[in-house]
Design a protein around this ligand. Sequence first.
Ligand SMILES: [Zn+2]
Length: 285
Amino acid sequence: MTVPSERYLARALRRLAGLVCVLLLAPAWSQGPASDAPVKPSGVDATLRRLVPADSLENSAAQQYSQLKQGAAQKRALAPENHPDLIRLRAITQRMLPIAPRWNERARSWHWEVNLLGSAQVNAFCMPGGKIAVYSGLLKNLQPTDDELAVVIGHEIAHALLEHSRGRIAKDQLTQLGATALSHLLNLGQIGNSALGLGANMLSLKFSRGDETEADRVGLELAARAGYDPRAGVTLWQKMERASGGAPPEWLSSHPAGNNRIREIEAELPRVLPLYNPTSGAQSR
Ligand SMILES: [Zn+2]
């Protein structure tokens, strides 16, 4: 890909500050028993999520994603279809998609997209409805293996499958609307699009630590079931730690628990390693 201009990067950084998925948040999950059962959405906030129409949210995300792509293309920061890194990202993602409906039936009808954006950031995201982007800075700084990339993409896909944006938007809007409006809306059953402000920038949403924990667990499982070694979650985070050495970015200083995250991923391995079959390919088990 053409190296994006500094101006574009500066703008992109501003625009994407507080990105949908802050990969580097450090969750603290409790170690559950090893089991073949997939991690299911916790059910927490399920009522709130139902207040937000999923199809409206996905349509809005698709529009935002399209605008993001157009903007990147104009700045020569959108990888062309034949870019080797993009082909690689799409191949890895493709192996995980048949497994995705285990967590969300809607995923069967999503129009999945994967794009590579020119940006120095070590980051990636998946918007509601399966709109994925990986930043070139992640590839450049981490030099990830396929297994490690599967863990990254699996984590992002998990956010979309578990509808974390939907829950976050519902909470944010209800907080703004107040208790009286909340009561009214609960009677109505759904929040209207105007009240939701679905035009708001979805990339500015911040997930909770609980959301990150869920995404980590489901992401590892997605990778393992697709035939990618979930132990790559450990080496991925070791690389993240090394990449952040010297001048820790804001996300690390505000979430100084990289080592904890590695320990937590290690604790999750007894559950997901039995699901890993290197020759399984894209079987939906
Ligand atoms: Zn995340």
